[in-house]
Ligand binder design. Structure first.
Ligand SMILES: Cc1cc2nc3c(=O)[nH]c(=O)nc-3n(C[C@H](O)[C@H](O)[C@H](O)COP(=O)(O)O)c2cc1C
Length: 148
């Protein structure tokens, strides 16, 4: 716990990166794991995390990010993209994956599926987009803590 506190005290938003310094691959794997293990409502994780390696694409993104040099100079660039909407398709895909991983029949999750679809359907498209984005932020937080 003391180490975590120390790490959080140390963490800061880097404004100028040293381009010679790269995150060790095994550390980066752990950061990705921290994102994967992030809690989310129903476990849906309604976002994608893109690791942008292409230098040209990073330059284009820099222009869209007020020209901030961190976009091109940081060791790694991750984009957290939340889904603009979510519904039956995403719920079904999530539960199919869950059933596969836990070795259970997808039909056993039907009640859970129907409940999720019903609750999600009660929200407007805008509410769903906001709900998705909020969950992406939880993952960002987890990643930042892990990186610290
Ligand atoms: C959602 C979010 C967006 C941010 N966007 C930027 C940004 O575009 N450029 C930047 O230099 N820092 C950005 N920051 C970093 C914050 O400015 C920084 O965390 C805050 O000023 C506190 O400073 P510290 O993190 O060094 O303690 C962002 C932080 C968050 C959480």
């Amino acid at each position: 716990m003391k180490k975590l506190q120390e790490a959080l005290n140390w963490r800061y938003a880097v404004k100028k990166f040293d381009t010679a310094k790269k995150i060790v691959a095994s550390d980066f794997e752990q950061f990705k794991e921290a994102v994967k293990l992030t809690p989310s409502s129903y476990g849906l994780q309604p976002f994608k995390v893109l690791v942008i390696e292409d230098a040209d694409l990073r330059a284009k993104l820099q222009a869209a990010c007020w020209g901030q040099t961190q976009i091109v100079d940081a060791s790694h660039l991750l984009i957290f993209a939340s889904l603009k909407d979510i519904g039956e398709k995403e719920v079904a895909a999530y539960l199919a994956h869950k059933a596969e991983l836990s070795g259970i029949d997808a039909s056993a999750l039907k009640g859970y599926q129907d409940f999720m679809v019903m609750k999600i359907g009660e929200k407007s498209v805008q509410e769903r987009a906001t709900w998705n984005a909020k969950q992406a932020y939880i993952a960002v937080g987890n990643l930042l803590t892990s990186a610290a």
